[in-house]
Design a binder for this molecule. Structure first.
Ligand code: SF4
Length: 451
């Protein structure tokens, strides 16, 4: 969206008060994100009323919430919002703004129900891009949408069916980013392991493993990215466990630029819960897969997420999950309290769990992980690590994704945006220290998992 604004000659400025147009980019994944989005829209509008902003300033609402609730929002926020932009309208953002100015009297550019159906948009190599991340790392969206039926999740209804970019398109973008000095490419999508499989001649089912003999696949993409010249990491985020294969494990092992870090959301381990969640996996499958990943990719750091408090979850399910966390010792782990989302099948299920119980289960599981994380951090002491320096005094290792995992505190004079090798001499929960004796960390920001 920002790339399209730039291409149309519009400047993006950090001071919202002085802008001609404010775009609130919303999320509607769970209730709390919807509430945050609405409260921000109202705040922008109120500031305008209190003359903290210019009266003629336009307010546009974009993103998932706009896509999902366009009809309701255009009625309830009729006086506050000048236009709503759906997910497929990101390329039209500049003409929509121009249209608002052309119709100065505040008339909506598009009819209230213009965002119909599921999204089908996917960016490509030549989509104008303006990176909002620091110079040294970037996200590359390799696919969009999801074909899985998880009963707690609204994403497929908002983002539509899975569609992949071509390998050529992703590689071109990656090559460009590396030539601009990017040191870490984070591959993202809703279902990264399914990359390319939507283009196969024979339709894959939700459990089909990655297999490059059947068509475009993540393994081929990784090998091509790995062949790009330069010193950089390739990080895989959001890999659905159902599509993992031995071919993928072997590919990662053979591609040194692919970070020894895997984000593999498991959501639960109890067969009852996996079945209710329709995760297309079972406890036995997951245990076997993790064993194969650990054996096939030495030094791999596993990151996962679990949901506690899904309808019908019993104390026995939680006990099984705790035992699994203890036995697997995930290097990185986050736990979510189940959120009853309107429009999902999970929301209509009987035996919803009270908030207090969810909270207690969250504390139990995260408390357990805190101890494991401390032991994992302790294991790094005395080792030398290659880290990427994020800001003066703060870096990240290969086992730390941006904005999600821990940090490595380094001397302030190491160059920002570059790889350096440091010796770990201490730790603090999720974070590592590589500082000369007596030097204090730049600042202790609490790692996301602990929040
Ligand atoms: S795989 Fe992920 S995005 Fe797709 S339905 Fe399940 S939780 Fe949602």
């Amino acid at each position: 969206m920002v790339g399209h604004l730039h291409q149309a000659g519009m400047a993006v400025i950090p001071e919202a008060e002085q802008a001609d147009v404010v775009i609130v980019n919303t999320c509607s994944f769970i209730d709390s994100s919807k509430e945050e989005s609405i409260s921000h829209i109202l705040e922008v509008h109120q500031n305008k009323g209190m003359k903290k902003r210019r009266k003629e300033q336009k307010l546009i609402v974009a993103g998932c919430m706009s896509q999902r609730f366009s009809k309701d929002l255009s009625t309830s926020l009729h006086d506050e919002v000048d236009a709503f932009i759906g997910l497929d309208q990101v390329t039209k953002v500049a003409p929509i703004i121009e249209g608002l100015y052309a119709k100065e009297r505040g008339k909506k550019v598009a009819p209230a129900n213009f965002i119909e159906g599921k999204s089908t948009y996917i960016p490509d190599y030549d989509t104008p891009r303006f990176r909002l991340t620091p110079k040294h790392f970037a996200y590359i969206k390799i696919a969009e949408g999801c074909n899985h039926p998880c009963t707690f999740c609204i994403i497929p209804q908002i983002r539509g069916r899975h569609r992949s970019r071509t390998i050529d398109s992703v590689v071109k973008e990656a090559r460009q980013l590396v030539s601009e000095g990017v040191r870490e490419l984070n591959l993202i999508s809703q279902d990264t392991t399914f990359f390319g499989m939507d283009t196969w001649e024979q339709r894959p089912n939700p459990r089909t493993p990655v297999d490059s003999s059947r068509g475009s696949a993540l393994t081929t993409l990784l090998r091509e990215l790995n062949a790009i010249e330069g010193d950089f990491w390739i990080r895989l985020l959001y890999t659905h466990p159902a599509h993992w294969s031995d071919e993928l494990i072997q590919t990662i092992a053979e591609c040194p630029k692919v970070a020894r870090y895997i984000d593999i959301p498991l959501q639960h381990i109890s067969d009852r819960m996996l079945e209710k969640m329709q995760r297309e996996t079972s406890g036995g499958y997951i245990r076997d897969l993790l064993k194969r990943i650990r054996a096939g990719i030495p030094g791999i750091a596993l990151r996962t997420t679990f949901i506690v408090g899904f309808p019908g979850e019993t104390e026995a399910d939680v006990a099984e999950l705790c035992a699994f966390i203890k036995e697997t010792k995930f290097e990185r782990l986050g736990v979510f309290r189940y959120s009853q989302e309107e429009g999902t099948r999970g929301a209509k299920m009987p035996d919803q769990i009270p908030a207090k119980v969810k909270e207690a289960r969250w504390h139990t599981t995260m408390g357990l992980q805190r101890q494991i994380a401390a032991a994992v951090s302790r294991g790094y002491v005395g080792k030398t690590l290659k880290v990427l320096v994020e800001e003066p005094g703060v870096a990240r290792g290969e086992a730390d994704a941006p904005d999600i995992d821990g940090r490595v505190y380094v001397p302030r004079d190491v160059p920002v945006g570059e790889f350096v090798e440091v010796k770990i001499n201490g730790y603090h929960d999720y974070d590592l220290l590589a500082l000369p004796k007596g030097e204090k960390p730049a600042e202790f920001k609490v790692a996301k998992q602990a929040q």
